[in-house]
Design a protein around this ligand. Structure first.
Ligand SMILES: Nc1ncnc2c1ncn2[C@@H]1O[C@H](COP(=O)(O)OP(=O)(O)OP(=O)(O)O)[C@@H](O)[C@H]1O
Ligand SMILES: [Mg+2]
Length: 457
């Protein structure tokens, strides 16, 4: 038998090299090369099939027939939203997330839902069948068409799939699966790539929808080559703060729907519960009329969420003023403070500022600027904001309030939750129909906005 050769693969982009390289010439990342053993006959090991499982043919675009891709809606509305309506047959869905965030819990609940629509095979490479069963009992998940299979060998898994003919396959997790004829260690780039290619073939040839769990690295990206994300149809991230019970499911790639859609869940003893009205939760513990608090209608995907932003501004004791931000971008906070100082004459340079988005959410869109500025000014001047005000707007460097995306749905959400006034960019208001019960005030500058917000009437 010919001797296995060695090659080096960039774990970021999958670029191959015969020798170790410090910097990848393809993607420019440093220190990403890992050593891999390759079998001499690796290249022509298997023939790949087309996306529909048959060998492909050339067709004129005008004569391509449109096939409806029906989506199976699960009983979890939040998941349906993130997937763009439901699960499309024959697709590969990758779910990444931190250890212990609840990936297996989510997929077990999803499996329970899907087993009402078809046969589900749950392959677990990390836990024994009885461990999964204990969790399933706790989550009250079960069903006649729901099968567990503790296995890591792809050969055996393929055999079982051929025999059982499931409609849905769950792989928990891709890093624990292995190709028997590949000598690279489990979890290595070559293994992950081959396993995923195999799963893709299973999905497309048998029209099975496959959910794959992927571990994430310390940096928060899915471990293994970036090409893993390119190969699959949909990439979801399951995020959350260990200190809060809320979990957020986010689509970062979706071939069958919009990305950046959010699904919000709450982790309880009996598993993940859907949160239909996230704004109510994020506003729940708010003190009315407190200083340093401002409500923003942020937009996550197509979904408006009202969140309380809090600021605490205190004189600095030591020379250097501190700026700390939780759930917000610290550079953005510094920039807003500089604009406040220069354009509204608030002397903030010798003040420490601590900012926080309540409830553990992370916000990073520009439309939250105005609420950040109002919270800072309110705390600094020790003047309370009105509890029924909501602030929306991006701040420019000259102190102007710039228009934001989809103001209408933000205002609708604010009106729904009983807010009385919305302070918004003036430019956004042209030709807009405003929701009933909400006074919408357009402002052109930060100064005008602060006068309205902190006038106390
Ligand atoms: N008995 C229990 N009651 C309430 N919550 C529990 C219980 N057991 C586990 N949990 C919750 O479930 C979480 C673990 O969920 P799960 O195993 O689904 O995570 P995971 O993302 O699959 O983790 P891993 O990366 O280790 O596979 C725990 O962090 C905890 O919050
Ligand atoms: Mg798990």
């Amino acid at each position: 038998m010919a001797k296995a050769k060695t090659q080096f693969i960039c774990s970021n982009c999958g670029f191959n090299s015969a020798r170790y390289l410090g910097r990848c010439p393809n993607c420019g990342e440093w220190g990403t090369f890992v050593e891999e053993k390759i079998q001499p006959d690796n290249a022509n090991r298997k023939a790949r099939v087309g996306m529909d499982g048959k060998s492909a043919k050339v067709e004129a675009i005008n004569s391509v027939s449109l096939e409806e891709t029906p989506k199976v809606a699960t009983g979890l509305q939040e998941l349906n939203r993130v997937l763009g309506g439901g699960v499309v047959a024959g697709t590969l869905i990758l779910i990444g997330g931190d250890p212990g965030i609840g990936k297996s819990t989510l997929l077990l609940q999803v499996s329970g839902q899907l087993s009402k629509h078809g046969k589900v095979l749950y392959v677990t490479g990390e836990e024994s069948a009885s461990q999964v069963k204990i969790r399933a009992d706790r989550l009250q998940v079960g069903g006649d068409d729901f099968y567990l299979y503790p296995e890591t060998d792809m050969g055996a898994i393929k055999e079982q799939v051929a025999q059982l003919k499931p409609d849905y396959l769950i792989i928990d997790s891709v890093q624990t699966m292995q190709e028997p004829d590949l000598t690279s260690p489990i979890g290595s780039v070559a293994q992950i790539r081959e396993v995923t290619a195999d799963l893709m073939q299973i999905a497309k040839t048998n029209n099975i929808s496959i959910f794959i769990v992927g571990h994430v690295t310390k940096g928060g990206v899915i471990a293994g080559p970036k090409i893993l994300e390119h190969m699959v149809d949909t990439v979801l991230y399951f995020e959350g703060d260990q200190h809060y019970q809320y979990r957020i499911l986010r689509a970062v790639k979706n071939r069958f729907g919009a990305t950046n859609e959010l699904g919000i869940f709450e982790m309880r003893d009996q598993g993940l519960h859907e949160v239909a009205n996230p704004s109510e939760i994020f506003l729940e513990e708010r003190l009315s009329g407190a200083t340093g608090s401002a409500i923003v209608a942020a937009l996550e995907g197509s979904r408006p969420i009202l969140v309380e932003l809090q600021a605490l501004v205190t004189p600095s004791v030591f020379g250097n003023a501190q700026r700390t931000a939780t759930g917000l971008d610290r550079n953005r906070v510094s920039l807003i403070m500089a604009v406040l100082e220069k354009r509204t004459q608030l002397l903030l340079q010798n003040q420490d500022a601590y900012l926080k988005a309540a409830g553990g959410v992370k916000l990073d869109e520009p439309a939250i600027d105005l609420a950040v500025a109002v919270a800072i000014a309110s705390s600094y001047q020790n003047k309370g904001t009105r509890p029924d005000d909501v602030f929306i707007g991006e701040i420019g460097l000259t102190g102007e309030i710039r228009s934001v995306a989809d103001l209408a749905s933000r205002l609708k959400e604010a009106a729904k939750l009983g807010f009385a006034r919305a302070i918004v960019p003036k430019n956004n208001l042209q030709g807009m129909t405003l929701p009933k019960g909400l006074r919408v005030l357009g402002v052109a500058t930060l100064k005008e906005a602060l006068e309205l917000a902190l006038s106390g009437d």
